[in-house]
Design a binder for this molecule. Structure first.
Ligand SMILES: [Zn+2]
Length: 456
């Protein structure tokens, strides 16, 4: 169904690009966040289109804002659809940027700025769509909730986590669209659009080795430092057991089906626990790809901190490592500790720092089908590819309200430019192709109209 003429739509897209640039100029670097002025501007921009919004503040001095707006639907099309993005961004290393990361400058068709793809693009697209729906007067068949949240880059505490825990009725939805997906990914000349349907969980913990204290002049064979070092060496050189996740299986199946030999033949073999170690180590030439695949097949642990001893001539009785453990969906902290213990042996103590389980939205859902159809409609050669990220996003928290979460912030990069989304994400010279942004805006608009606007 068409709500705007071509020229009306072009004007909406022009305004959206300018709004996007405005949002990029707010320095919302987290830490500390500083999302306040950007949030105020979002409220004002929504108001200009007749959309009322509320700001939910939290954190020290109530400085962290979350903007939420709701367009009411009659519910005949289903439960609410949450359109969401975070307005904070990661820090920059200025010396590596060719242009001001907060200048929103356009050069050679690219708009430069910290947040250009992570993820003020999605925030602005959701803002534009919310405003345009209101201005169109369209009758909605489900509520549309727009939530621009704080603090994702430091773990969501003052953003999605706060909203879900303190104001769940404001953000509870049947479906969520957010990051990280919908971008072009070229693999051997085939164009894919990864759609995020799963995220790993977390089990960050301390692991301590114990031994006999003593004087540094008298080494012995029960030193906690050595026990810990030996255990960590084993952990660093052993892959934890493989577990199959439906999203990963589907991802690899589809990749293999659409690639040529030898990739089409080799890829499915990584699902075989007996062969995967060999394939990952020897057969896949791209280390980045091999590491990503490995992270998708097992729980993982990275040693990120070490602490032992106070004095050079004292052998400490306890030595401790900090580990960042990541859990496949369906796995728990207890599962991970069992797997770690199987590698390092007994005698260590474990203390959990932070834990939550992974999530999986599922590909056998009509909403996921709508996303795939949306991609095919706007790029007939593009292949929608369900995938799991090894990290986590706001979806971790929104999913706790029963929401099915998908990472779909459509965005196209021209193939000939060889600009890679994955390298720009948190990278230097973060930028977005302006025409690719307008393309994505149209994709997302058509998807939202498809699932939430009554036909006539
Ligand atoms: Zn992000």
């Amino acid at each position: 169904m068409t709500l705007f003429s071509d020229s009306e739509w072009n004007a909406i897209a022009d305004r959206s690009v300018e709004d996007f640039r405005t949002l990029l100029r707010f320095e919302t670097v987290n830490p500390p966040g500083n999302e306040g002025e950007a949030a105020d501007w979002i409220v004002q921009r929504l108001a200009e289109s007749g959309v009322e919004s509320r700001v939910f503040r939290c954190g020290p001095d109530q400085l962290r804002p979350n903007v939420v707006a709701r367009l009411k639907g009659d519910g005949t099309g289903g439960g609410p659809l949450l359109l969401t993005g975070h307005i904070d961004v990661v820090p920059v290393e200025l010396e590596h940027w060719d242009h001001d990361p907060f200048g929103a400058e356009i050069h050679d068709g690219y708009l430069f700025g910290r947040g250009a793809i992570d993820m003020k693009n999605m925030v602005t697209m959701c803002l534009t769509i919310t405003a345009a729906l209101r201005e169109s007067g369209a009758r909605l068949t489900r509520d549309i909730i727009f939530a621009a949240v704080a603090d994702e880059e430091e773990g969501c505490t003052y953003g999605s986590k706060y909203m879900v825990e303190e104001h769940p009725d404001e953000v509870r939805a049947e479906y969520m669209l957010g990051e990280i997906g919908g971008f072009t990914l070229d693999v051997n000349g085939v164009r894919y659009y990864p759609v995020q349907v799963a995220e790993k969980g977390i089990c960050q913990f301390r692991m301590s080795a114990h031994g006999d204290p003593g004087h540094g002049s008298m080494p012995h064979d029960a030193m906690s430092t050595i026990r810990l070092a030996e255990a960590l060496t084993k952990l660093g050189t052993t892959r934890l057991p493989q577990h199959e996740v439906a999203t990963v299986r589907e991802n690899i199946r589809l990749l293999a089906k659409t690639q040529k030999a030898p990739a089409s033949l080799v890829l499915p073999l990584v699902l075989n626990p007996k062969l995967s170690a060999l394939i990952l180590k020897k057969v896949i030439p791209d280390r980045g790809l091999a590491n990503t695949l490995a992270a998708n097949l097992s729980n993982t642990v990275s040693v990120t901190g070490l602490r032992a001893g106070q004095k050079t001539n004292m052998i400490p009785g306890t030595s401790t490592a900090t580990l960042d453990g990541r859990l496949l969906p369906g796995q728990t902290s207890q599962d991970l500790f069992r797997e770690v213990e199987a590698v390092v042996g007994s005698g260590f103590t474990y203390e959990t720092i932070r834990e939550f389980e992974g999530i999986e939205g599922g590909t056998d859902d009509p909403f996921f089908e709508k996303i795939c159809a949306n991609i095919r409609r706007h790029d007939p050669d593009g292949i929608p590819l369900p995938y799991m990220i090894p990290g986590f996003t706001d979806a971790q928290y929104f999913s706790r309200l029963g929401t099915k979460c998908y990472g779909y912030s459509p965005l196209r990069f021209p193939a000939e430019d060889e600009v890679k989304f994955t390298e720009l994400f948190h990278g230097h010279n973060e930028r977005i192709h302006v025409e690719g942004y307008r393309w994505g805006l149209r994709c997302l608009w058509d998807l939202v109209v498809d699932v939430a606007v009554a036909g006539d």
